[in-house]
Design a protein around this ligand. Structure first.
Ligand code: ADP
Length: 237
């Protein structure tokens, strides 16, 4: 975020990758891609590729951390070392710890955790290729993986970011826009509950820009929700 890009990020209303301000990058979703996992999903949002795997509900380890009333959702977000061109140092860091936490918090409201007391649901998100929006792409994949695992959910969670580039509000930042733009507004949204379950912001926006960004992002999430449903239908019908 911030800094100056070598190439103009917006020319005659067209973005660096040719998109209009309110356009998502090409989206591809596949459910049930891993045989061993109880549920899994693979999502591509432009150049960002994420894989999510779910194991459980299963016995909780360590036992003293179990909750007698509900399942414990354990989330782990990780960027593969080869996901970025300068090699990401393997292992957890502050950023992945934060993203693991917000991922858990944005999914918990839609999972019927109380149906699975004393158990753990293990959710892992692996970013295979990173080109901005990895947290939202991971959340979109995670939600499909939970559904694929047959875990009772109130709704699918869909996620995407809006942002601001050269004083223009745009949907779904790509790499250069994320690096050199003015704001990034990732959100997660449960369409049928009409509930925003994640809202973060980096950079600065006026109130009107924020409203516009939220509108773009929620519309984007609705489109992602349709693609998530379609992916699950393809697998189960
Ligand atoms: P998000 O991926 O959810 O937008 P950030 O705003 O923290 O989260 O990261 C923005 C982008 O910066 C990532 O999508 C990725 O493309 C890039 N990035 C993050 N960490 C690294 C890293 N260690 N090396 C290179 N690029 C990185």
């Amino acid at each position: 975020m911030g800094g100056k890009s070598d190439v103009p990020l917006l020319v005659d209303g067209k973005r660096v990758d040719g998109r209009k301000p309110d356009e998502l990058r090409p989206l591809k979703i596949e459910a049930g891609v891993l045989k061993r996992a109880d549920g899994s999903a693979y999502v591509e949002l432009g150049g960002t590729h994420a894989l999510a795997a779910v194991y459980g509900p299963r016995e909780m380890h360590p036992k003293h951390k179990l909750d007698p009333q509900r399942a414990v959702l354990k989330t782990r977000y990780n960027m593969a070392p080869f996901s970025v061109d300068d090699r990401k140092r393997p292992g957890p860091d502050r950023r992945s710890t934060e993203i693991s936490k917000v991922t858990r918090e944005c999914l918990e409201p839609v999972v019927f955790l109380e149906q699975y007391p004393r158990t753990a649901i293990d959710l892992t998100i692996e970013i295979l290729q990173a080109d901005a929006g990895t947290r939202v792409t991971g959340i979109t994949a995670a939600s499909v993986a939970l559904a694929d695992a047959g875990i009772a959910i109130r709704d699918l969670v869909s996620a995407c970011a809006a942002g601001k580039v050269e004083d223009t509000v745009v949907l779904d930042l790509c790499g250069p826009e994320d690096n050199f733009g003015q704001a990034d507004l990732p959100i997660a949204y449960a369409s049928s509950l009409d509930k925003v379950t994640l809202l973060q912001m980096d950079g600065l926006m006026t109130e009107a820009e924020f409203e516009q960004g939220m509108k773009y992002a929620i519309d984007g999430c609705r489109k992602i929700n349709e693609a998530q449903r379609e992916a699950l239908r393809r697998k189960y019908q």
